[in-house]
Structure formats: structure tokens, C-alpha cells
Design a protein around this ligand. Structure first.
Ligand code: ZN
Ligand code: ZN
Length: 281
């Protein structure tokens, strides 16, 4: 069995974002809602959930580790970690900065990424070389073993990749796609055979950001397909058992409890991620 933990479910900047006074960030400062920047941890029962792989490492990672007992060091040695390594969907700051915060590790950090992501993170590679360093591993479009009974493959997207995870024991599949600019044929095929889908829920609408920051780029210009007029129908029609939006920007109306957009997603059979959500495959 594979277990997936949502460590953080907000897009870059988090909720609240330090320089934002949109209605959601104001509600977050009043303690009504809160979400840290997106990241996921995955593990399997084949090694008794002793090793965890992260999908993206956000700047909120140290906080997320402290609120997730399974990711904390065991008491049998003074320095240790159940975190086996990191898989990067792309080189965005909110997906990669957490790597720097793991620098106290003694052996090199294992990081899976595309060559393009590795090249874009040369600055981070260079900085970490003075500490633990990075052991880069290549990702492939064919399934390869991650550990235990988990296999994974990468699905190429514009400016990103999605990952599909396979539980060898049950044959079940999970699709993790937090940064989707375009619904490609390969992504559609992967979503059609996945039991669980975690999908890019960054923006509700194409011009959402311009409402709080005049002149801001549109959702697609920022490499994210919006929910309305973008991924909503795609996910509604997907046969997956669970469909969950994550990587939600602080301007997205779905963050506000009781709003009509949330009701619309509920009717479509789509969930909204929250920090700490645990999914079994
Ligand atoms: Zn991001
Ligand atoms: Zn905001």
C-alpha cells in the first residue's frame, strides 16, 4: 500500500503571503484559514513506511516536517531522517528552495529531476556543494523503481513534469501534477488510468491575479491552467476514485469556506487539498 501525505497545499507565497492583503490572506491572518506551500510525501508499507520521498521541497518544509511525525528523526540515533530524497516537478523557487534547508544532512541529498531543472538549479547545486551536496538522478518516461513497492515515471509537460506512481503490489496508480499549463494527450491518458489524481489548482480563473495586482500575468502566462474554463471539466470526467486540487494560490476563491466555487467543485466530485491530508492508494 502507498501512502501519500499532503505536506502543503498552497502555491508559491503560501497563505497568507507576506505582501498580500487579498480577502483570503486577510482571513488567514485572522486565523480562519492557513495553508503552507505545496509539497507531498510518499511512502509504502513494503518497508513499513520507514522511507519517505518528497515531491517538491518548499521553503515551508522545516515547518511541515515538525507537523508530520512520520518525517521526523527516529530516537535511535542523534542525527537521522526518514526522508530518502526529493523528486522535482520543475525548478520553481517554491518547489526547490526547501532543498537548501536540508543542508545539514551528512550524505548527499538524492534529487530526481529533468536535465533542464538541474541546469536551472545550478545556483542551488553550487550553494549546497559546500554542505551535503546533491546526488542528481535522472527521471524517465518509463516506470522505474523508487523504493519498496513504488515505481514512478515522469510525464513531460510545458515547463514542468507530472509524476505517476505505481503500487506494484496492488497495481494502483496515482498521478501528481501540481503545475499544468496544458492538457497533453499523455497527461489525459495517465489521468484515465489513475485511481488518485492530485492536480494543479493554482488559479480559479484566467485573470484572477490582475484583480489584486493590476497588470499581473494571466494564469496561462504563469504556466497554470485555470480551474474554470480549464481543468474543471477534465477532472469532472476523469474516472479516478479521488480527484484533488492542490498548489492553490492565495487569491483562489476556493480557499474560502462556504463559497460557491467550493460547492461547484463538490458537485463535480472534486476535493480541495489541505495540509496534513493523508491519502491511501
Ligand atoms: Zn509552485
Ligand atoms: Zn493573498
Amino acid at each position: 500500500m502507498i501512502r501519500i501525505n499532503i505536506l502543503g497545499s498552497a502555491a508559491g507565497g503560501g497563505l497568507p503571503q507576506w505582501n498580500c492583503a487579498c480577502v483570503n490572506c486577510v482571513a488567514a491572518r485572522a486565523g480562519k484559514i492557513e495553508q503552507t506551500q505545496s509539497g507531498i510525501a510518499i511512502s509504502s508499507d513494503s518497508d513499513d513506511f520507514q522511507n519517505w520521498w518528497l515531491i517538491n521541497a518548499s521553503p515551508d518544509l522545516p515547518r511541515q516536517i515538525e507537523s508530520t511525525t512520520r518525517l521526523q528523526p527516529r530516537y535511535n540515533a542523534s542525527r537521522n531522517t526518514p526522508i530518502a530524497g526529493v523528486l522535482l516537478t520543475n525548478s520553481d523557487i517554491d518547489h526547490a528552495l526547501g532543498l537548501l534547508l536540508l543542508r545539514q544532512q551528512e550524505k548527499p541529498l538524492v534529487v530526481y529531476s529533468t536535465g533542464e531543472t538541474r541546469a536551472a538549479l545550478a545556483w542551488l547545486d553550487h550553494t549546497l556543494a559546500r554542505f551535503c551536496g546533491i546526488e542528481w538522478r535522472k527521471i524517465s518516461s518509463d516506470f522505474q523503481r523508487l523504493n519498496g513497492c513504488i515505481e514512478f515515471r515522469a510525464i513531460d509537460l510545458p515547463h514542468s513534469v507530472a509524476f505517476q506512481f505505481l503500487d506494484e503490489a496492488s497495481g494502483r496508480l496515482a498521478l501528481v501534477a501540481p503545475a499544468v499549463r496544458k492538457l497533453t494527450r499523455e497527461l489525459s491518458e495517465a489521468s484515465a488510468n489513475s485511481d488518485v489524481i492530485l492536480f494543479d489548482g493554482t488559479f480559479w480563473s484566467e485573470d484572477e491575479l490582475a484583480a489584486v495586482r493590476p497588470g499581473a500575468r494571466s494564469a496561462r502566462e504563469m504556466h497554470h491552467l485555470p480551474i474554470r474554463g480549464g481543468s474543471l471539466d477534465f477532472l469532472r470526467l476523469s474516472p479516478a476514485r479521488r480527484k484533488i486540487y492542490t498548489h492553490i494560490n492565495n487569491t483562489n476563491p476556493i480557499l474560502m469556506p462556504g463559497c460557491s466555487e467550493r460547492a461547484e467543485l463538490e458537485q463535480a466530485g472534486i476535493e480541495i487539498a489541505r495540509d496534513g491530508l493523508e491519502i491511501e492508494l
